[in-house]
Design a binder for this molecule. Structure first.
Ligand code: ATP
Ligand code: MG
Length: 386
């Protein structure tokens, strides 16, 4: 496993996920080569090298394949067709499977695939025109969630439809192929970071995700849900993995509905924002697990070290501007707090710029996750770009 010439992991995408992947690959003696269109992307200072090119730039992906022992991606915009082609041509394994990526890229195909396999998902329908949306409204009732099938992230591409009067405005807001879902009146949003290794599957403890404006603010672990609900969430996550092919980390977003019923919101075929807590909070981080998984190494232990809260540092600005952050000293001087900066030069409204992790005390009275959440939130609230 450890050899004189270190294995190179080729990664499509060099954002914060690529940066944290490179950070955790280093102790294992694994080097990263990232492909990203932005020169000096977040991953570039910690990766061995960057190829500057688009996520679907065929020549650039070929260059990546030529130099890599294994290929993976940290962004769903990776081109599944090109990855499939280079996998055969260059005889370089791609994990997760390009076919899995393709299935996940289209939210409608993803939901259909899960449903066919008996995995619980909210009711959904394809939407080709206004009539489809109106008739879904009759069937599902309002509100509903109209979604772009492809390319959405951080809630962009999703529009709640409150009533029949809202239908036209909602359709104007999203473009491309569409689908609609019944609105789930959830108790909590949960997620499970699940990992496929060569011959094994592991799951991290269930996280509870606090969203605001459809964007992830905080992840609380363990989730403050009854144990039976957490067990069910993990069971559903394992069922989801059985549908997916290819090794690596998957982030599985779930709704805890009425009476603890679990349904799947969506799958990310990569490390997930709600798994950042694992860096300080678990025995192995999701990023190290991904490296181990895609290279076919044995997976690490996923136990929690202590209760933990991760809080996103989002752009608190109205316009784009150079990213000068103040308030970091307070985080650094707080016991159990860690700060992660993604190295983005420009801050934009609600852009993910970094995160704060707060772990519980190792000894003495452990703070409740509710206390950790309050403290992590107030630390993050003091961070400002203004
Ligand atoms: P991400 O924020 O993970 O990048 P995304 O932009 O692909 O995701 P979704 O995960 O589909 O968007 O939705 C974002 C958020 O919108 C969810 O976390 C949830 O809060 C809300 N949401 C989505 N679908 C539904 C639904 N059917 N019922 C209720 N809320 C929903
Ligand atoms: Mg989501």
């Amino acid at each position: 496993m450890v050899t004189a010439s270190p294995p190179t992991l080729g990664v499509v995408g060099g954002g914060q996920l690529g940066r944290m992947l490179a950070e955790s690959a280093s102790p294992l003696g694994v080097e990263l080569l990232v492909l990203d269109p932005t020169p000096d992307c977040p991953a570039s200072p910690v990766a061995r090298d960057q190829i500057v090119g688009d996520f679907d730039d065929e020549d650039a992906i070929r260059k990546l394949a030529e130099r890599a022992d294994v290929l993976t991606f940290e962004i769903e915009l990776a081109d599944s067709n090109v990855l499939e082609a280079v996998e055969a041509e260059y005889d370089v394994p791609v994990h997760p499977d390009p076919g899995t990526l393709r299935m996940i890229q289209d939210k409608l195909v993803q939901k259909r695939t899960l449903k066919e396999q008996g995995i619980p998902v909210p009711d959904f329908r394809p939407v080709d025109d206004r009539d489809d949306l109106l008739s879904a409204g009759e069937e599902f009732g309002y509100p509903m969630m109209l979604k772009a099938r492809k390319g959405g992230y951080d809630g962009r591409g999703n529009v709640p439809v409150e009533s029949t009067e809202d239908v036209d405005a909602a359709l104007d807001e999203v473009s491309g192929e569409l689908m609609v879902e019944k609105f789930v009146p959830f108790e909590r949003e949960l997620s499970v970071i699940a990992v496929k290794g060569d011959d094994e599957i592991t799951t991290f403890p269930v996280g509870e995700n606090v969203h605001e404006d459809e964007i992830l603010r905080e992840t609380v672990v363990p989730a403050r849900a009854p144990e039976s609900v957490r067990e069910r969430a993990e069971e559903v996550a394992r069922d989801v993995l059985s549908v997916l092919s290819g090794r690596g980390v998957y982030g599985i977003e779930l709704f805890e509905g009425e009476n603890g019923a679990i349904s799947v919101n969506e799958i990310a075929p990569r490390p997930h924002n709600s798994g950042h807590y694992t860096i300080e909070g678990a025995l192995t981080s999701q990023f190290e697990q991904h490296v181990r998984g895609v290279l076919g190494y044995p997976l690490g232990a996923t136990d929690l070290r202590s209760p933990v809260v991760m809080s996103n540092v989002l752009g608190d600005v109205v316009d784009s501007q150079p990213a000068d952050l103040s308030g970091v000293g307070e985080v650094l001087s707080t016991h159990g707090a860690s700060f992660h900066w993604y190295g983005k030069r420009e801050v934009r409204p609600l852009r993910k710029m970094g995160h704060v992790t707060l772990v519980g005390e190792e000894s003495g009275t452990e703070p409740s996750t509710a206390d950790l959440l309050t403290d992590a939130r107030s630390l993050t609230d003091q961070l400002t770009f203004q």
